[in-house]
Design a protein around this ligand. Sequence first.
Ligand SMILES: Cc1cc2nc3c(=O)[nH]c(=O)nc-3n(C[C@H](O)[C@H](O)[C@H](O)COP(=O)(O)OP(=O)(O)OC[C@H]3O[C@@H](n4cnc5c(N)ncnc54)[C@H](O)[C@@H]3O)c2cc1C
Length: 438
Amino acid sequence: MTDIEGQPLWVAIVGSGPAGYYTAEALTKNAENIRIDILDRLPTPFGLIRGGVAPDHQSIKAVARRYEKTAAQKNVRFVGNLNIGSDITIDNLRLLYDAVVLANGAPQDLKLGLSGEDKIGVIGSAEFVGWYNSHPDFASLNPNLNIKDVVVIGNGNVAVDCARILAKTAKEMASTDLAQHAAKLIHTAPIENIYLAGRRGPLEGKFTPKELGELGQLENCVALVDPKQIPNDLMGVDPKELTLKGKNLNHLKKFIENTSSEKPINLHIMFYASPIEILGGDLVTGIKFEKTKVEAGKCVGLGEYFIIPCKMVLSAIGYQSTPISGAPFDPKRGCFKNDNGFIENGLYTVGWAKRGPSGTIGTNKPDGIAVAKLILEQSSPSEKKGRTGLDELVSKCGLKIVTFEGWKKIEEAEENAAEGLAPRAKFSNIEDMLRIID
Ligand SMILES: Cc1cc2nc3c(=O)[nH]c(=O)nc-3n(C[C@H](O)[C@H](O)[C@H](O)COP(=O)(O)OP(=O)(O)OC[C@H]3O[C@@H](n4cnc5c(N)ncnc54)[C@H](O)[C@@H]3O)c2cc1C
């Protein structure tokens, strides 16, 4: 353990998601005389654990208990409701802290880049997932779900989450924290067809077996695949991925046996379908696809087209980070320019802000460990004012910050408001949260 004597090392972490907390955890494990402020633009901590992970995956959300242990340490403070970039700047932080770590995630949807993408009814997964998870940015989305056909574009777990949440019944969602505004619309929607469309084949799909398998266990919805698209074996699959892809293939083979008349909603899992145009006037009326094949790892268009009529297109094709003035950004990769987390002297990055939207929650842990090591090797305590300086600045700017105790009050109020089997009824409005703390 590196024990820094005397004046503490001041570290500010921007973002309280998994990457931010894993970094704080690694820092506290390896240095004693260190003080860490974890800053978040929302009054609530834990990033996508609260606002991204599906509401019917409560056991995954339970990872937050681990971050609470770090939050409870004396030398770690949560500072919520403080937006870095607009409330205060990265330069402000660098003047106050010996090291600043950007862990602000990748919250923006990648664009499909198609003609018609701006039509009403085309929604990115960040918006849609944020809406059903009560994220304050998206609570007012109010999508038109008085529709029969929805197309979800993407072959990863986020696309699967969107399709599953649309398909599940009120009973199936009873023990979740699905936003109440979303439950009202989803559980009365007359949806008959959900199309889950990916450009590549079944063996290239990025979903994981657990998530894919869940699609075969829905009360009101039957998962369908075109048997011609499902291979017999795992030929060509990377040996490292044989187990995972083998499980996916087994699920897909089971879906072949399903028939469309079994349940009210049909979930059509489609491969080799590349979206090329969104059709309609102001409102979406359909989407045009080109059939594809995969050749030497590349997706190649076949020049054959088909249209799926629909009134909603959800795109779940990936995310990018948000640039913040004061840190160099790589627009191609959609994350901060960095070398293994190092940006420049005293400035670091971890998690999705560092490497883009890849991997699972656990993938952010090695990032945190590596950057904590760099910080402890490269930084030393200085005369910087740290926490006192931040508090002075916050007060001077008239900002209202939320502490971890404040968040616990919000959490308690959410738990008290829960009905039936639901673990909590989440606030989706920042003013309501602040009122609880007051
Ligand atoms: C829809 C969805 C579902 C997922 N489900 C799973 C799952 O089931 N299992 C799994 O293993 N992984 C899942 N993941 C992946 C997992 O959520 C990510 O790996 C992880 O959250 C990335 O952590 P992060 O800390 O980099 O970013 P985030 O979790 O996004 O945290 C970033 C934090 O920074 C804050 N912030 C942003 N900008 C600012 C700013 N300017 N100032 C201050 N604070 C700011 C945000 O409010 C947020 O709290 C899912 C991802 C998505 C999108």
